[in-house]
Structure formats: structure tokens, C-alpha cells
Design a protein around this ligand. Sequence first.
Ligand code: 2P0
Length: 320
Amino acid sequence: MRATAIAQPNIALIKYWGKRDLERNLPAVGSISITLRDLFTEMRVELDERLSADKLIVNGSSDETMLPRLSSCLDLVIGGARPRAHIESRCNFPIAAGLASSASAFAAATVAAACAIGQSLSNEALANVAGRSSGSAARSLLGGFVELENRETDIVVRTLCDSGRWPLTVVVAITETAPKAVGSTEAMEISRKTSPFYSNWVERQDQDLQTARDAILKRDFEQLAAIAEHNCLKMHSVMWASRPPMVYWNSATMRCLQTVRKLQGDGHGVFFTIDAGPQVKAVCVPECAADVRSALVATEGVADVMVTGLGDGARLVKAP
Ligand code: 2P0
């Protein structure tokens, strides 16, 4: 009745922002992401009939914040009448700071919970359970370039290109490690209800998905760079125009964008993307990674820089 799984966070190049069904946590739009290799969440789930309540330990300390959502995730996989669980999570990057920590956490928890009870779920079933806990988590089940397709009543995830076929590098510039003030779930709802740009965002998403899919299949870096930056800035425009406005950037975020523009001007194959947080992810061809890293390290306000390649999907690390 126990299992451990590991999952990597993913970074969306064509973003998920907004929900069409709050109850089932179904996204309003499809999305395309890359799964990272060197950032991870390891999640151990042990079901124990003697426990009266679920317990969560994160990086060695008791943690109540994520517990209700993780308990619901286990209920979805195992059923509400399940034994309570001792959940232990280990994560090697800042949590809730715009680095997709919920994606890797819920992907790992879903895989571990299913294994803990010896349940063999299809990829589709895993995606829908993980996605219900956190929309972006379904994408961390798979590796490389992953598309989340929004179907009429559910979602489906598939790999568009393996990490080995197009081994890009991601340089993450950390400009702030504190958790964000407004979580994505709440911010998405504010955007849906108040942003004058929201309906246009949803309507145009299929075009952006098509352009990105085409770029990935051709491995056309310039095309992917242009559509990913456009889609990212469009998502932030939706947020900025919401009431109240949601601005996740700080001054170092903007300076990182300028650094990336300068690198592009010097001929480097690099583009930026930013999620619901102030960190900047610079996606680049591997031969430019050292220069991109040095330039971001030297950018004022950058606290830390992490470099990673693209990785595989969630997997078990220990049999029960
Ligand atoms: C993404 N983000 O596509 C977008 C871009 C943030 C900005 O998916 O409410 O934590 O749990 O389904 O998965 C963050 O959203 O949101 C997210 P819920 P989640 O990566």
C-alpha cells in the first residue's frame, strides 16, 4: 500500500489560462509545454489503516497548505473511503513561485497513488485525474514537447516530440523565491470574469497551438520562438487588463526580457516565457546555453539561475 513516483515540472510555451468548467477543472484552452529534466518532485504515498487523517511532509517539515488538494487527488484516484495516507514530498526548486511546482507534485501524486493500490490506469485516465487536481499536472505525465488537447468532455495529453529528438535547454532566472500573492486558480477566474481580452484569448488559442505544433514537428526554432513569446505576452496582457489587475512581474523580470532581446540581437537562438510568477524561463538551443546563463546571471535582480535540459514524464521510482 505504498509507492513513490517522481515527476518534473513543465513549462508551457502555449499557455493554459482560464477554465471552462470549475467543478471538473477543465481548461478553457489547449496548451503545449516542455517537460524539464533536472527539477523534480518526488512523492511517496503510503496508505495506513491506522491513520485517522492524511499527513503531509514537504522537504522534511509538516505542511498543511497543499494537504487538502493532495487529499482530494488521492480521493479521485483511490476513492473517498480509502485509508488515510502518509504523504512525503521532496522538491528541489522553489514551491508556488511560478515554477510549476503543482504540476510536478500532482503528476507524481497521481502516479504514486494509483500504484499504491495496485491500480493500472490508462494514460488518459491518469491525465484526467491529474488534470482535475491541477490543470498543468496532466502535461507532466509525459516527456519532451507535450500537447494537452481540450476535448468536449475531458482532456487528453500526447507527446509531440521526444526530448531526445529536439534537446533544447531551459535557463530559469529566479527573481523572487517567495510564494506568489495570488494563486493561478484564483487569478484565472478573475481574468475570465473581468478581462476585456479574455474571450479573444480563448478564440485565438487554436491558431497559436497550430503554429507551435507545426514549428515543433519541423523543429523550426525561429517559428517556435515567435509564437511562444507572442502567446506568453498575450496571456500576461489578459492578466494585466483584469480587475483587479494581476501583475506577476517585478523589475528584474523586465530586465531579463531585455537581456533575452539583447542575446537575440547578437544572434543567439533563445526566447523567453513567463508564467504566473516573476521568474523568466529562457529557452535556447544547447550551444547558446552558456552565454544565456552568463547573461542572466549578470542581470540586475536575478537571485539565482538554474539550467536544465528537457526530460521524461512521471514515473515510479519504487515498487510497492
Ligand atoms: C500553464 N499556468 O499553462 C499556465 C501558464 C500558469 C501560467 O497552468 O488551477 O497551477 O491548478 O488548474 O495548473 C498554472 O495553473 O492551475 C498554469 P489549476 P495550475 O502552465
